[in-house]
Ligand binder design. Structure first.
Ligand code: AMP
Length: 284
């Protein structure tokens, strides 16, 4: 067994043993589904700056995929991910098999009221319930002091914070800025599904958000006008199909009529089989 394999725990007993230090060490957790890119690595690097021991979980969680979604085809590259995560500052990797996390029929899950039915949740029923449940399971196993999430998945970030508050989970939730490619497209494990043509078109997603952002910065306050300008940017790319473009409150995702204070611009598009999301927060 090479050295890096020794830092991988596949079972709950192994990860608990790896974290048995009882000396007050600050533990950080970065939950991922693997296929790691610079976005994930930025979270691991931050965790490694903040914490004494960093756990990266790599687990493609089946309960957050809908029946027609990409669970089967989701990219899996565990050996490469282990090297990348350790290189970015992870101390131990937790990579459980499905029957380790879900050994029998699941009778318990976290239900998210209201927030689940907005933005991405409208077309992905049960997704955030699956995310919240697996995150709480990971927190109960690893007991981190701090957990790290990317702000690219803004709704996930908001929901996790609310679940922890509602369930009195003391782990601190830290959000990290979105890491992008040179043309603005947010890095995502799903970008590898894109053909070259779709990849070129996909930059219209951050461009539409940027345009909406600039319109607001320049004083535009008519919501319809901003949304239709942003939609036009997406519509100009035939390989993209818009799922939603929202202007809402960052903390509760409720659509805003009056554009003032802090607002979240959030959008989802489909490009072939890939579903891409992005957002921008703006303070007026
Ligand atoms: P995933 O593996 O897609 O479940 O993502 C694991 C974590 O990485 C989540 O907290 C994501 O929000 C975060 N993440 C994904 N893409 C990016 C990105 N481009 N920049 C920063 N964080 C990201």
């Amino acid at each position: 067994m090479n050295d890096s394999k020794k830092k991988v725990a596949h079972t709950i007993a192994e990860i608990k043993k790896a974290l048995e230090f009882n000396d007050g060490r600050l533990v950080g957790l970065v939950p991922t589904m693997g296929a790691l890119h610079r976005g994930h690595l930025s979270l691991i690097q931050r965790a490694s700056r903040d914490c004494d021991a960093v756990v990266v979980s790599i687990y493609v969680n089946p309960t957050q995929f809908g029946p027609t979604e990409d669970l089967e085809g989701y990219p899996r590259q565990l050996d490469k991910d282990i090297e990348l995560a350790l290189g970015a500052g992870a101390d131990v990797i937790f990579a459980p098999a499905d029957d380790e996390l879900y050994p029998g029929p699941v009778l318990t899950e976290i239900k998210i009221h209201e927030l689940e039915g907005l933005l991405c949740g409208k077309k992905r029923p049960g997704h955030f319930s699956g995310v919240a449940t697996v995150v709480v399971k990971l927190v109960n196993i690893i007991k981190p002091d701090i957990i790290y999430f990317g702000e690219k998945d803004w709704q996930q970030f908001v929901i996790v914070k609310k679940v922890f508050k509602d369930l009195n989970i003391d782990t601190k939730v830290v959000g990290m800025p979105t890491i992008r490619d040179a043309d603005g497209l947010a890095l995502s494990s799903r970008n590898r599904y894109l053909t070259q043509k779709q990849r070129r078109s996909a930059k219209a997603l951050p461009a539409a958000l940027e345009l909406a952002h600039d319109m607001i910065k320049n004083g535009e306050r008519r919501r319809d006008k901003i949304i239709s300008a942003a939609k036009e940017v997406i519509a100009a790319e035939p390989s993209l199909e818009l799922e939603y473009f929202s202007i809402c409150r960052p903390e509760n995702l409720i659509e805003v009529e009056a554009i003032k204070g802090e607002v979240l611009l959030a959008a989802a598009v489909h490009a072939g089989g890939a579903r891409l999301i992005d957002n921008k927060v703006i303070k007026i």
